[in-house]
Design a protein around this ligand. Structure first.
Ligand code: PEP
Ligand code: MN
Length: 342
């Protein structure tokens, strides 16, 4: 950490700041010019709140030079993390595609979706059985019955399952059916849920919060990693901005930023990121071009009748076309996407 003193700060002010730094366990390197003194605080204290220093007399600026997260940082682990999910690897050369409806609605809907996901080359089936809806009057999901159907549909097509965990009391139930636990955007900073999901040992798909900075998102990943669970997959799903022509603003710059700051894989959800069916494909292709380790995409046999997120759900034909194009983009950036399967 660097503490820049105000021009003309008195010797007693400088000494008080040095004493405060020492009290917090930092060694101090002092550099005094003719007009200004700069103090270098040496020591890694992720929990230290720099506002303690900003309030002291004579201090002009305080800058952190190390990240507040540790296990999530590339400095801690320089090589990429590859998350194994059975025979799939997330974060390796293959771009993993997760597809399925927003919510599991019926046996026919989830089985048709699973068949189409596999037929287009997706390897993970997505679908919510417990839905975090903005309105308490909207469809809340089928609960455990939905999980049972999703597991059966996935097994019929050799797909893995990713589904959202909404409540700490559901961890065992979700673990029984899912291969990857999704933590939704609205729960990115639900720390008890992060700890409970992390301690299950399952791979966790951690969505970025609606208004979260990348640093806050990585701090949430840190909660899971601190539970001794190294299997964290980050998911960029769009953030709130002043823009109104899209549901959210898909921050694709998060992909290279995360890859620089962290060793964790990152997948992109253009469905929630953009929220409008006819704009999903271009953003999915852009995500692959940007280096995303995976995509998560909402599809539905009949989007106009979907019980949630119909306007952003792709028809099966649109999804199949998206996958054919994404395969070509992946090749350009030295990656691959699984071939269609039955
Ligand atoms: C979802 O995946 O359907 C979902 C609710 O996502 P998010 O948490 O990103 O809004
Ligand atoms: Mn959705």
């Amino acid at each position: 950490m660097i503490v820049v003193m105000q021009r003309g700060a008195s010797e007693s002010q400088i000494e008080s700041v040095i004493a405060a730094l020492n009290d917090h366990g930092f060694d101090v390197h002092r550099s005094s010019g003719s007009q200004q003194t700069i103090l270098g605080a040496i020591g890694v204290k992720p929990a230290f709140d720099q506002r303690h220093l900003q309030l002291l007399d004579g201090v002009a600026e305080v800058h952190r030079v190390t990240e507040p997260y540790k296990f999530a940082s590339r400095a801690w682990k320089p090589e990429n993390t590859v998350v194994p999910v059975g025979d799939l690897n997330i974060g390796g050369p293959e771009v993993i595609v997760m597809a399925g409806p927003c919510s599991v609605e019926s046996e026919a809907q989830i089985f048709d979706s699973a068949a189409q996901a596999a037929a287009s080359g997706a390897t993970v089936l997505r679908g919510g059985a417990f839905k975090p809806r903005s309105s308490p009057y909207s469809f809340q999901g089928l609960g455990e019955a939905g999980l049972v159907l999703m597991r059966q549909a996935a097994d019929a097509h050799n797909l893995k399952v990713v589904t959202e965990l909404l409540d700490t009391s559901h961890v065992d139930m979700i673990c029984k059916y899912a291969d990857i636990i999704q933590i939704g955007a609205r729960n990115m900073q639900n720390y008890s849920l992060l700890r409970a999901a992390g301690s299950s040992g399952k791979p966790i798909l951690l969505k970025r919060g609606l208004s979260a900075t990348i640093e806050e998102w990585l701090m949430s990943a840190e909660y899971i990693l601190a539970e001794n669970n190294p299997h964290v997959i980050l998911c960029e799903r769009g953030i709130r901005t002043f823009e109104t022509y899209t549901r959210n603003t898909l921050d694709l710059s998060a992909v290279p930023v995360v890859h620089g700051k962290s060793h964790l894989p990152i997948v992109v959800d253009p469905s929630h990121g953009v929220g409008i069916r006819n704009k999903i494909t271009p953003m999915a292709l852009a995500a692959v071009a940007a280096g995303a380790d995976g995509l998560i995409i909402e599809i539905h046999p009949n989007p106009s009748e979907a019980l949630s997120d119909g306007p952003q759900s792709l028809t099966f034909e649109m999804f199949s076309n998206l996958m054919n194009q994404a395969r070509k983009v992946a090749e350009v950036v030295g990656r691959s996407i699984s071939a269609p399967r039955s």
